[in-house]
Ligand binder design. Structure first.
Ligand SMILES: [Zn+2]
Length: 122
């Protein structure tokens, strides 16, 4: 599915080996790449959603947590190593940034990501 046809709906996603699976509700209208020291290495196009639009279906025990900064917790599959999602905490509000490459029916190559200047985030 390309960027033009995307509507706000539920999508299924997973890591490479399948130990981690999730559902995400998004239209993928604001994909981004981030230039922070972690995301440069991760090399993924990400999409943020409200935390309530993300549901971890499987893999609570299969994910490892890489600290990052205290407002961004990066979760990866301990078996296949794929960084599937990041939980973001900003005050009371929380969001999840999903690795678009992990989402089954979204063509990440059809999305045109913005640059997010995470390297200079205070
Ligand atoms: Zn995996």
């Amino acid at each position: 599915m390309g960027a033009a046809e995307m509507t706000m709906e539920k999508h299924h996603g997973s890591c490479h080996c399948g130990a981690v699976a999730f559902e995400v509700v998004s239209d993928f209208s604001s994909p981004y790449r981030c230039n922070c020291s972690f995301c440069i290495r991760r090399g993924a196009t990400m999409q943020r959603v409200p935390a309530s639009n993300f549901l971890l279906l499987r893999g609570e025990d299969a994910v490892g947590l890489y600290g990052g900064r205290d407002f961004a917790k990066h979760y990866f599959c301990k078996t296949c190593g794929i960084p599937c999602f990041t939980r973001i905490y900003r005050g009371q509000e929380s969001e999840v940034a999903v690795n678009v490459g992990c989402v089954d029916d979204v063509d990440w190559q059809a999305l045109v990501p913005d640059l997010f200047d995470g390297a200079h985030l205070l």
